[in-house]
Design a protein around this ligand. Structure first.
Ligand SMILES: Nc1ncnc2c1ncn2[C@@H]1O[C@H](COP(=O)(O)OP(=O)(O)OP(=O)(O)O)[C@@H](O)[C@H]1O
Length: 313
């Protein structure tokens, strides 16, 4: 089998093949660029020797992708600065540094960082048994944390199964870190998606579609008496217009969500009035489930009115 050259400069989605596979450039929240490939074909694609079908994967430098019984491509990511390689006689820009990996049980965690937040760093990983890409969220353990309590909360998340909730596949811990293996979302986050649109806002149709999914995800949680308390953490399961969304980051989620809490958390811009009041008045509490619904309303406003005007940055 010979290698063919397919040079994609992905400024907009590119489709190849008769039963296509679609390549997208995704801008993750931590900057940089991800190349996402979604398979719509009847026969699937072969990624590094393993079949993928009707799914979306992230393509890393050095990955080998093959159309079954046909062409084979090596993915070469070049670091291209603006103006670089304007014509073919310019020097070839350098290749991306190759990935390092670390094995944690059945998972191979790569050095490719998908994003980070205040508590965690998320890396691309591979489940070597199910042969699927996953996201590995690594949280540094505190000195005197009660791992049994943390794992009890992780167990609740492990039992959740809904198309609009970011699935937790497994959790492993050692004396320094807690690693949570999550369903991989290949489309980046909702806010980068909104900002990528003209005037940083979405049309009513797309907003409705996303809100429907968000409310379905929240209803699923609330039916189990779990409040999320940060539903603005929304990931795109796959890239492209009218995306499937998933609620992610359950770090602040709380069981028994009908009870009042005095511990205010979450991003202030999304808090309901009673949550804001509770910030300054320690004796006042608020309830997680209605707070989630208020936050969902703020998200709808942001999608329609633009992130830039809706939130003081
Ligand atoms: N399942 C996933 N698939 C792909 N990328 C992900 C996934 N989960 C998280 N990320 C990326 O990692 C980033 C950080 O993850 P997350 O928000 O869960 O971390 P955190 O430290 O808990 O954040 P916060 O500061 O909001 O508490 C996200 O913004 C997103 O870009």
């Amino acid at each position: 089998m010979s290698f063919s050259a397919l040079i994609l400069s992905i400024d907009r989605p590119v489709t190849i093949g008769r039963h296509p596979s679609c390549f997208y450039r995704v801008r993750p929240s931590n900057g940089g660029v991800l190349v996402s490939c979604e398979d719509f074909s009847t026969n699937g694609l072969i990624l590094n020797g393993h079949k993928i079908r009707r799914t979306s994967v992230l393509l890393m430098d050095g990955d080998i992708i093959q159309i079954p019984h046909s062409q084979k491509f090596e993915c070469v990511h070049v670091l291209k600065a603006p103006g670089h390689k304007a014509n073919i006689f310019d020097p070839t820009p350098p290749r991306e540094a190759s990935l390092k990996t670390k094995r944690i049980g059945r998972y191979l965690v790569t050095s490719h960082c998908l994003g980070s937040g205040s508590f965690a760093t998320v890396h691309l990983a591979m489940d070597t048994t199910a042969y699927r890409q996953v996201a590995c969220k690594t949280i540094k353990r505190k000195n005197h944390d009660k791992i049994e309590k943390v794992m009890k909360e992780v167990d609740i998340l492990l039992s959740l199964d809904h198309p609009n909730i970011n699935r937790v596949w497994a959790a492993r811990h050692d004396s320094s870190f807690l690693n949570i293996f999550l369903e991989l979302c290949t489309g980046g986050d909702l806010f980068s998606y909104i900002v990528g649109h003209k005037n940083s806002r979405l049309c009513e149709g797309e907003t409705k579609y996303i809100m429907f999914q968000l409310l379905k995800g929240l209803k699923y949680l609330h039916d189990r008496l779990i409040s999320h308390r940060g539903p603005e953490n929304i990931l795109l399961h796959t890239p492209g217009p009218y995306p499937r969304i998933q609620i992610g980051d359950f770090g602040l989620a709380r069981p028994k969500a009908y009870q009042e809490t005095f511990n205010v958390c979450g991003t202030v811009s999304y808090l309901p009035p009673e949550g804001i009041l509770a910030l300054d008045h320690k004796h006042l509490g608020y309830v997680g489930m209605p707070a989630d619904c208020w936050s969902a309303g703020v998200i709808m406003y942001i999608m329609l009115a633009s992130v830039i005007t809706a939130l003081p940055l």
